[in-house]
Write a protein that binds this ligand. Structure first.
Ligand code: GCV
Length: 729
């Protein structure tokens, strides 16, 4: 009897331990949103009748990828082996194209308008059997459909009555990697480059395939492998073989490889005396180089170029235009179906100029001058990937040019991989901004998707936040920005709330209360970060060089347009950059009525106030408060959010595995510390001009301004910025 009792106790303890280990099991975040752990038994039981077997058409590498993903994914989620069978039994899931699957062909689904990447998912009855068909015109479309189907199951959506039709709004959805040949990543905060150049092409890191899977799962179909501050080395025969090896891994997943091209490569690699785009030898060098690349990589995407910007070589050196430069490279890749993406991030310091107006001045005169296979890549805002900028005035201003937006997923100015900030909110704000280029409704999104000016090539780029850290992005939550970029690139109408919901359920937890809490945290994070870093339209207030932490006093660069003081213009009479007629007048680069709205103090949104106006400290805001009080309270609001974020996170303990829970908690502690530092350092500095007391409710700075000026937050808190593994201890 006593033995039986003991056994019973032991059994109960074992069961309890087993169930709690489901929650606390270590998870290093490597699997991203493609985790495929078993669903709760009740959910799995509901799905199982509809996922009884798999029938995947084709024998290509892409078909194998579909088979593999569905078998592993559905098998894992449903906790059962899903057989591959060629039969149309009840509950069969078919995937393929009319060409590779007779069963799909027989369904005669409406695929004609799906383009190359679209798909349909239909619940159909064939000979009395319930079947799910994932069908597309191309195998890649079927792969995207397979990932969509998996997402439905991962997020616990019903699958019995499916009638899904999806196709991307933008054709080329690409990541720009700022990776260098030495394995470092410019503005990368998640370890080293994923491309191990030393070992390639002989050794292929299995991680490359997982990168491709993750990209394809959200529809990303292009990757620029190297930094726009490019080394010509990537174009050598030796490196091109390595690039070809990466391209081979990516190919089945529909990811085309691109390279950043150094404009002076004909001199550095070819021994030519010039890189002048009109020089016959230079033209031949690029043509030959393109032939060489396409000989190795037949589906090579093309070149991305940063020219005559921040010290990079370019056509201006030879008195040629940006269009001349772009068209030189466009001509070289055109015979192979390649494209050239020319960056509009060009600004030349001139006395008294406004950096925010430079790209427009430099590029707009060349509207209509770019080759048909060239695109112009424009950063989302006119300065440089700030926590908040108004949309770039080039959107809508070049109707005869194929313009594409560039976003920054990596958080150069947004607290590196230490701050939780969900960027979908920012990208939506930009994409839904109305340029009024052709009247109301001329949104940035419609410039990008080609519906406004009917451009042939459409594209969007995101500067990647990936690296060799085990969890890819340094901070577990910043995987959500990679995910969100892909989802928005596919469909810019998706709401940040919907994207956050999907990502949380696939990546962290499906517990409804925890999902809601985490979603609130994510959706409030961007506004909070703006509050504690650069409220009311302030911008570029970061410490010089590395851009981590506040330095609104910084004025020591000889290039004024890199100095925070140049951007804040704080003085006894007020703060803010006057971009109206009484100042630089770059507000006039916007179309009416946008320019009128932004120019007028009565109508400019608070969020852009100090971007466009220099305003007295005692200026009366819409809230009824003075500008000084409002500013101080915004900083405080950001700090309050960061404090509360830690409490919110504590409240989801148990709904997330311990390893990621602790890693995120550590990052949130850094974020709070930084938010306080931002508030204190910024207000201490601005107070030397306003000479006003902090309003009630704003905490007093802990240090003196002199101390803030001396301490580099990055050095001081470097421990928090270490590798992911360190943060998962
Ligand atoms: C790749 C900013 C960054 C640079 C970056 C540049 C660009 O200036 O600080 O690191 O260079 O933007 O986008 O080209």
């Amino acid at each position: 009897m006593r033995v039986a009792k003991l056994l019973q106790t032991l059994l109960l303890t074992a069961l309890l331990l087993a169930s709690s280990s489901v929650l606390t099991k270590a998870d290093d975040g490597y699997r991203l949103w493609l985790r495929y752990d078993a669903l709760p038994a009740g959910n799995a039981a509901l799905y199982r009748p509809r996922v009884a077997s798999l029938d995947i058409g084709g024998d290509s590498a892409t078909a194998a990828a579909i088979r593999d993903e569905l078998k592993t994914g559905l098998g894992g989620l449903l906790g059962a082996e899903i057989p591959l069978s060629g039969k149309l039994n009840d509950g069969a899931v078919l995937a393929g194209t009319p060409q590779n699957s007779p069963a799909i062909a027989a369904l005669k689904l409406p695929l004609a308008d799906l383009g190359d990447d679209g798909f349909v998912i239909r619940s159909v009855r064939i000979k009395g059997k319930n079947v799910t068909a994932i069908a597309a015109r191309s195998e890649l479309g079927a792969l995207y459909g397979a990932f969509h189907f998996l997402r439905l199951v991962q997020t616990l959506q019903p699958i019995a009555n499916l009638n899904v039709t999806e196709k991307p709004k933008i054709a080329l959805r690409m990541l720009n990697h700022w990776d260098n040949p030495d394995g470092s990543i410019e503005r990368g905060y998640a370890g080293k480059s994923l491309w191990n150049w030393a070992e390639l092409p002989e050794k292929i890191d299995p991680r490359l395939r997982d990168y491709a899977r993750a990209d394809a799962s959200v529809g990303i179909n292009g990757a620029v492998l190297n930094n726009v501050n490019a080394s010509a080395q990537i174009l050598t025969a030796e490196y091109l073989k390595k690039v070809a090896a990466i391209a081979a891994v990516f190919r089945p997943y529909g990811i085309r490889v691109f390279l950043s091209a150094r404009f002076s490569a004909p001199i550095e690699l070819g021994g030519l005396k010039t890189a002048d785009p009109f020089d016959a030898g230079v033209k031949k060098w690029w043509r030959d180089k393109a032939d060489e690349i396409y000989g190795l990589i037949p589906d090579f995407g093309g070149f991305l170029v940063k020219a005559n910007s921040e010290g990079q070589p370019g056509p201006r050196t030879y008195d040629r235009t940006h269009a001349d430069g772009a068209n030189l490279l466009a001509a070289a890749v055109a015979p192979h179906g390649g494209i050239v993406i020319w960056r509009a991030f060009v600004y030349d310091m001139k006395p008294g100029y406004d950096r925010a107006g430079a790209a427009y001045e430099n590029l707009r005169p060349f509207d209509g001058k770019f080759a048909p296979n060239a695109l112009l890549q424009v950063k989302n805002g006119p300065v440089d990937f700030q926590p908040r900028e108004p949309f770039h005035p080039l959107f809508g201003a070049m109707p005869k040019t194929q313009v594409m937006p560039e976003f920054q997923i990596t958080q150069e100015y947004l607290g590196f991989s230490n701050h939780l900030v969900f960027l979908a909110e920012m990208w939506r704000e930009v994409l839904s901004s109305d340029t009024y280029a052709k009247g109301r409704g001329s949104t940035v999104a419609r410039v990008a998707d080609g519906s406004l000016f009917r451009q042939k090539l459409t594209a969007v780029a995101g500067v990647a936040n990936t690296g060799s850290d085990r969890n890819w992005t340094g901070h577990d939550f910043l995987q959500a920005n990679w995910y969100a970029f892909g989802r928005l690139a596919w469909n810019h109408e998706l709401s940040p709330a919907a994207i956050a919901g999907e990502w949380i359920k696939m990546t962290l937890t499906r517990e409804p209360a925890a999902v809601a809490r985490i979603a609130r945290l994510m959706l409030g994070s961007r506004e909070a970060l703006v509050d504690y870093m650069t409220p009311l339209g302030l911008h570029h207030q970061m410490w010089g060089g590395h851009h981590y932490g506040p330095a609104p006093w910084w004025n020591s660069y000889s290039r004024d347009d890199w100095n925070p003081t140049y951007f804040n213009k704080a003085a006894a009479d007020g703060i803010g950059f006057d971009r109206t007629k009484t100042g630089s007048d770059t507000v006039s680069q916007y179309f009416p009525p946008v320019r009128d709205e932004f120019s007028n103090l009565k109508t400019v949104p608070d969020k852009y106030l100090l971007w466009f106006h220099h305003v007295p400290w005692t200026y009366r805001m819409r809230s009824g408060r003075t500008l000084w009080d409002e500013l101080a309270l915004r900083y405080q609001r950001g700090v309050d959010w960061a404090r509360n974020a830690r409490r919110e996170w504590d409240a989801v303990k148990g709904a997330i595995d311990d390893e990621r829970f602790r890693a995120v908690a550590r990052k949130l502690a850094i974020q709070e510390r930084d938010a306080v530092w931002w508030k204190d350092a910024s207000l201490s500095y601005f107070q030397t001009f306003s000479k006003l007391p902090l309003p009630a409710g704003v905490e007093k700075p802990a240090r003196t301004l002199e101390e803030y000026k001396k301490i580099d937050l990055l050095d001081d808190f470097a421990r928090g910025i270490g590798s992911f593994d360190e943060n998962h201890k």
